[in-house]
Write a protein that binds this ligand. Structure first.
Ligand SMILES: [Zn+2]
Length: 173
């Protein structure tokens, strides 16, 4: 029997569908497709007014962002609002991102990454967190890490949730 640790065995079984560490996520900057950063920077104007509105208005704004991002990859996506969901999620079969009542940017970007690149959590975390870091540097600097998640100093939910200040809760599904 080869001497194999439980964690190595697990990662051999599940690949990188488990949540990566902060170190792995931030190991080196990720290069985003040209235009992606600009889409977000342009959209920030829309978000400025939407972020203080009710969850439905915030959702509508985030839906605009996700639609534009998906278009830039020629990969149309469905975006739906399900306020009572415990966290955002992506359905590969129906190509649908479900946004929950906390409607936050990082979680929306995380699910977008699953839509664009598949089930790898490392890829989804790296793409979404680096994108957020580049486009919301001030908000990013106020976040703290909790395992693979970025949270506000007082996290609301201990399950795999990523939050950003002012943007309410962000989860990674
Ligand atoms: Zn995920």
């Amino acid at each position: 029997m080869p001497n194999i640790s439980l964690s190595r065995l697990l990662s051999a079984i599940v690949g990188d569908s488990v949540y990566p560490t902060k170190e792995k996520i931030l190991a080196k900057p990720i290069k985003h497709k040209r235009g992606v950063i600009q889409i977000i920077k342009t959209w920030k104007d829309d978000w400025k007014t939407a972020k203080d509105q009710n969850p439905r208005e915030k959702f509508e704004s985030i839906k605009i962002l996700l639609t534009h991002l998906a278009e830039s990859y020629n990969k149309p996506v469905n975006v739906e609002f399900i306020p009572e969901l415990p966290s955002c999620c992506y359905n590969l079969k129906t190509q649908t991102i479900s946004i929950n009542g906390t409607t936050s940017i990082i979680s929306a970007l995380h699910e977008m990454a699953h839509h664009l690149f598949g089930s790898s959590e490392l890829k989804a975390c790296r793409w979404s967190i680096w994108l957020f870091k580049k486009t919301f540097p001030i908000a990013y600097s106020k976040l703290i890490w909790n395992q693979h998640m970025l949270v506000r100093p007082t996290p609301i939910c201990p399950t795999h949730q990523i939050e950003s200040p002012g943007d309410s809760t962000i989860s990674s599904g």
